[in-house]
Design a protein around this ligand. Structure first.
Ligand code: SAH
Ligand code: SF4
Length: 348
């Protein structure tokens, strides 16, 4: 199989192209970052060089298999990897036209949170950094204009794929990426709460933002909804967040997917109020997006009513918790949080 180039760092490209001079690697790198889709388009290389590169290399290791566009402007790409695994990447557009790329880090996910479609698929494998970066490049080609933010919130648990995740983050936020370089403030990694991974990011960076999928601060309920919780108890998580904040000085987002009648009790308000004390956090409430067949202890999960969501937010606000209810972007293409998974459930 030909070596694919997109997603490689400038240093890796330089090594591959030897004995060609470094400026050639830089030229090629620029093409890859701009989304050039074929060697033929690289007219700043001689024809013979283009042909020899074409013989040795391919541009991408992955391929966009399907593209879904939502009425709200969001785009979901289903992407086939070289071994046949299929993943998804989403471009979310907000009302101000700002674009956010949402990237996957694993094919499937081993964590099995009961409310999440990806969790129901089981775990296939970790993605390579090139496969993650390629998602970004495919989305950039689909976006047609600049992407403003990156969230690592697609399929899989990013902090269980730390080495490849770090390479991807360094690529996107590195100087090599040229005028497209992302500020580290514009990149957010979402985790179900892997204590060792949060500590690792706090100590060794890169200095990106983090979002913790808390779901609830009631330990018992959290344990029943998210199996990651058993090895990562709330007290240890809170300490990891504190050290991240001492070290990185960044506000942390806490995400809580709201499950109707399950984690919207007064007990959840009280526990969350205690959990956030001493932390600089913003809480995002995400009304659950339906996942066909999702059960919690034998009973089907349901979306919270509008009144239930607003009431929950209001009770938290009364406790001086900084809360936002998140808009459901991308729902029409099953590209919203926790809906990434399988084509059969997708309605376009
Ligand atoms: N594994 C990481 C990142 C991917 S999940 C994590 O868990 O943080 C991204 C977010 O989607 C998480 O906050 C998760 O709680 C949320 N989510 C999962 N399923 C959902 C659903 N069906 N509706 C709304 N949000 C969901
Ligand atoms: Fe995995 Fe995140 Fe889904 Fe949980 S919510 S199963 S950690 S992708």
């Amino acid at each position: 199989m030909k070596q694919s180039l997109a997603g490689l760092s400038l240093a890796e490209l330089t090594e591959l192209l030897k004995p060609l001079p470094v400026f050639r690697a830089r030229q090629l790198f620029r093409h890859l970052c701009c989304g050039t889709r074929s060697f033929a388009e690289m007219t700043d290389f001689s024809l013979s060089l283009r042909e020899s590169m074409e013989r040795r290399f391919s541009l991408y290791s992955s391929e966009v298999a399907q593209r879904f566009v939502d009425r709200d402007g969001s785009v979901k790409l289903q992407i086939d990897l070289s071994d046949g695994a299929r993943i998804e990447a989403v471009l979310l557009s907000d009302e101000n036209g700002r674009k956010t790329a949402c990237l996957s880090t694993q094919a499937g996910c081993p964590m099995g949170c009961v409310f999440c479609k990806t969790g129901s698929l089981g775990f296939n494998r970790n993605l390579t950094s090139a496969e993650m970066t390629e998602q970004f490049l495919h989305l950039q080609a689909a976006a047609g204009s600049r992407i403003n933010n990156v969230v690592v919130m697609g399929m899989g648990e990013p902090l269980l794929n730390m080495t490849e995740l770090r390479k991807t983050l360094l690529f996107l936020t590195g100087q090599d990426f040229g005028s497209r370089q992302f500020s580290k403030r514009k990149v957010t990694v979402s985790t179900c709460g892997i204590v060792a991974g949060i500590r690792e990011l706090a100590e060794n960076g890169p200095d990106v933002r983090i979002a913790l999928s808390l779901t609830t601060a009631d330990e018992d309920l959290r344990g029943r909804l998210m199996k990651a919780s058993a090895a990562n108890p709330l007290s240890a998580l809170r300490n990891a967040l504190l050290s991240y904040q001492q070290r990185r000085k960044r506000r942390i987002t806490l995400e809580a997917v709201l499950l109707g009648g399950v984690n919207t009790r007064q007990k959840d308000v009280d526990a969350l109020t205690v959990f956030v004390q001493g932390l600089d956090v913003a809480v995002n409430l995400i009304p659950w997006n339906p996942v066909v067949g999702a059960l919690f202890e034998g009973a089907p999960l349901r979306q919270p009513s509008r009144a239930e969501t607003d009431g929950f937010a209001e009770r938290l606000r009364k406790q001086k918790v900084n809360v936002t209810v998140r808009l459901k972007r991308g729902r029409g293409i099953a590209g919203a949080c926790g809906q990434l998974g399988r084509l059969s459930d997708t309605r376009v």
